[in-house]
Ligand binder design. Structure first.
Ligand code: ARG
Length: 330
């Protein structure tokens, strides 16, 4: 088995120096199993129902049953018609608290959502926050950001204490059994980060076997990636991404699974870190999470996402968030 992987790795290295050495088919077979573990720790009560009704069906069937969201198709958009549609859909949106849209997030994930000091005052910013604000603006209501631990967001969503979960959520089949997931508003991959001083020790994922330790955020798909791609390494699950980065910098772990956009931010500002390679993953992108069955909210959110992707606002949100993140770190 080891030999197989090293031959595969060697052949992959010829194709791409930055690929981690996994194959696309290996990742699509293993993904449902690993993500179901990740989902169960964060799944809301509703999901246990869904999970048990699906328990009999095979993993492959479970994966087929849900359609993983894509980016909106904005090739032929009539913006006036879309605006009219957004107004219409707004009428069917019900909120947890009248007159206010509450977004739940885990603000440890620049450039998606993070804290800055704005004239001495703590503020949560990022492109997820800008998207949440755009959704609230289209609804004509106030906007509030609730900063909670990543692994409790979907629970709060189904409990009805927040209206939306916007936290760079990857739409996996298991999550989609517990909550509804919007169209993608952003696409980005997964990376494995290491210390720069270890650069010549490693060539790819297969170097992280027994005796090595890898970090991932609790309740994230990165936990699943770790179990799938580096099953023999010790998995260190931590509540926040900055704490994973701290552990990596201080030699407590050997590598960390981090979303590529987030990893790139750290690499720009932290001289001692680098991205070893990209990690293959099926659901490469981010969705807004909506309470299961809240179709009015889901359709509205999808329409607003279509609008901000089509008119270029989403790209601006990303650009602004990247600039803010570099400023605040520098
Ligand atoms: N995309 C990954 C997931 O869905 C990680 C998201 C982490 N988000 C955060 N705000 N810390 O599991």
């Amino acid at each position: 088995m080891k030999k197989f992987w090293s031959i595969l790795l060697a052949s992959m290295m010829i194709l791409s120096l930055t690929a981690c050495g996994g194959s696309a088919s290996a990742s699509s077979e293993a993904a449902p199993a690993s993500s179901s573990e990740a989902a169960s720790s964060e799944a809301a009560p509703a999901s246990s129902e869904a999970a048990s009704s699906e328990a009999a069906s095979s993993e492959a069937a479970a994966e087929e049953a849900v359609e993983i969201p894509t980016m909106p198709d904005v090739s032929n958009i009539d913006m006036a018609a879309l605006d009219a549609q957004i107004d219409e859909l707004a009428a069917n949106v019900t909120l947890a608290n009248e007159g206010k849209l509450v977004m739940g997030t885990s603000a440890d994930f620049a450039p998606y959502e993070f804290h800055i000091l704005d004239n001495g005052a703590d503020k949560i910013v990022g492109f997820d926050v800008a998207l949440g604000q755009a959704i609230a603006d289209e609804l004509g209501v106030e906007f509030e950001v609730k900063d909670i631990s990543f692994d409790s967001i979907l629970m709060e969503l189904n409990a009805g204490t927040i209206d939306l979960g916007i936290a760079g959520f990857s739409p996996t089949p298991d999550r989609m059994a517990a909550v509804d997931m919007s169209l993608l508003y952003y696409t980005g991959g997964q990376s494995l980060m290491i210390r720069k001083s270890d650069a010549d020790k490693y060539t790819g994922l297969s170097d992280f076997g027994a005796g090595k330790s890898v970090g991932a955020q609790t309740g994230s798909i990165q936990e699943g990636l770790a179990k799938e791609h580096t099953p023999d390494a010790a998995l260190v699950s931590l509540q926040t991404v900055p704490s994973i980065i701290m552990e990596l910098k201080s030699n407590k772990i050997d590598a960390a699974y981090i979303e590529t956009a987030v990893a790139e931010g750290y690499v720009k500002t932290q001289d001692d870190l680098m991205i070893l390679c990209e990690v293959p993953f099926d659901a490469e992108g981010s969705s807004v999470a909506v309470k299961k069955g809240n179709d009015g909210m889901l359709e509205f959110v999808n329409a607003v996402i279509t609008k901000v992707v089509a008119n270029g606002d989403m790209a601006k949100f990303v650009e602004e968030a990247n600039a803010l993140s570099e400023q605040s770190a520098g």
